[in-house]
Design a protein around this ligand. Structure first.
Ligand SMILES: *Cc1c(COP(=O)(O)O)cnc(C)c1O
Length: 231
């Protein structure tokens, strides 16, 4: 099989699994968007991902993403999903449509500064460390509401949703409490009406656990190996 037909097969398989998870949860597959995470693959393969019709591309390091963005930035919608260093904000804002890893005030201030200079509004997901693993980035969940209060004065940041990463589990079902908790934090944020708009997005679920995340309400799943492959 050619590389392109392997990719087409993986896409179809993932779409079937997404549809089945939506079916179990009584959700519409149209409410779940796939982000193709290309961090494990080459420039050429990233082009094939776009050729195959996937339009949302995720990368987690600017240095690795730069050549891909230079080649294909005008195709598709780019998502910055990894830990974002403050000194990389100038490279990322204006190029990536979404940031999934806003987790501290110093970063918010930098995004606000760059975005307002460009005259754009950046949709951001606030990253929570729900599982409490020390190795994970993200703010502790209790910090969410005070953090969002600080964001109210930053008119170039739109809170698109919340994001989390579950610990790797050999039994994906064990990730469910993490995803459920993220959804409950989103609901709490809306109930507290800290913002003058509703926050809808939940960026959660990766190759190992996306079906559980969808059952718990994911609106964006970030898929590398299962969708794009690994080289
Ligand atoms: C690498 C990465 C993914 C995708 O990982 P897979 O397990 O290959 O699907 C998703 N989200 C983030 C933040 C990542 O860094």
């Amino acid at each position: 099989m050619t590389q392109q037909s392997l990719l087409t097969n993986r896409i179809e398989e993932v779409q079937e699994r997404v549809a089945a998870a939506c079916g179990r949860a009584g959700r519409s597959p149209a409410d779940v968007q796939l982000i193709a995470v290309t961090k494990y693959v080459s420039l050429e393969s990233t082009g094939q991902v776009l050729d195959a019709g996937l339009t949302h591309i995720g990368e987690n390091r600017w240095q690795d993403a730069a050549p891909k963005w230079e080649a294909f930035g005008n195709r598709g919608t780019w998502h910055f999903i990894g830990h974002l260093q403050t000194n990389k904000v100038k490279d990322v804002v204006g190029r990536f449509a979404y940031i999934h890893s806003l987790d501290r005030l110093s970063l918010a201030k930098e995004i606000e500064k760059k975005a307002s200079a460009l005259g754009i509004v950046v949709p951001c997901f606030l990253q929570l460390n729900v599982s409490g693993e020390e190795s994970k980035y993200g703010m502790e969940p209790e910090a969410l509401l005070p953090f969002v209060k600080e964001l109210r004065s930053m008119s170039s940041i739109k809170v698109e949703g919340l994001m989390t990463m579950a610990p790797y589990e050999s039994e994906p079902e064990e990730t469910r409490p993490v995803f459920r908790a993220l959804r409950e934090w989103r609901d709490r944020l809306n109930e507290a009406a800290v913002l003058d708009y509703e926050v809808h997005g939940l960026s959660m679920g990766m190759s190992n656990d996306f079906e559980v995340a969808i059952e718990e309400g994911a609106t964006w799943v970030r898929l590398g190996s299962v969708l794009v492959g690994k080289e």
